[in-house]
Design a protein around this ligand. Structure first.
Ligand SMILES: Cc1ncc(COP(=O)(O)O)c(C=O)c1O
Length: 140
């Protein structure tokens, strides 16, 4: 039966422990921390090469697309996008690439410019080019 282990001095919970005998082997497919780190670092180098990034540390893994976009918005966006600056989006974006920019635009007084699409759902590239001006700060 599981029970909470407690630190003798501070009575701080240390986690659940079980009376059952410990498993003899780690679960199949489990990697050691060292193996897992090596895999991450190898993947980071591959992505760096693929994207032609200058340094490995430019490649940051997150839990997913939404998390990454939020990271860019809070990091880059909050620092470099200000009042009357412009962010270009398309009408084809996933929700996760609209909401953070709307929030930033509201917070900073920036503007969102939207690339239109035609009836076939294709971006109007000539219209897209026209959206760029000296206030353009980001294409999301
Ligand atoms: C185009 C696009 N952007 C963003 C997302 C959100 O991705 P995530 O679940 O990794 O945050 C999805 C998810 O399907 C997607 O298709």
């Amino acid at each position: 039966m599981p029970h909470r282990a407690r630190c003798a001095a501070g009575h701080r919970p240390l986690g659940e422990v079980s009376d059952q005998p410990a498993r003899q082997h780690p679960p199949r497919g489990a990697l050691s921390f060292r193996d897992r780190d090596a895999e991450y670092e190898a993947a980071r180098r591959k992505v760096q090469t693929f994207l032609n990034a200058q340094e490995e540390r430019e490649i940051i893994f997150t839990s997913g697309t939404t998390d990454s976009i939020n990271l860019v918005m809070h990091g880059y966006g909050r620092k470099f996008i200000g009042r009357d600056d412009e962010i270009i989006l398309t009408t084809l974006e996933h929700h996760s690439n609209i909401v953070p920019w709307q929030m930033l635009a509201e917070e900073k007084g920036a503007k969102i410019r939207v690339v239109p699409v035609n009836d076939r759902g294709e971006l109007l590239l000539e219209e897209y080019k026209k959206l760029f001006n000296s206030r353009t700060r980001f294409v999301a």
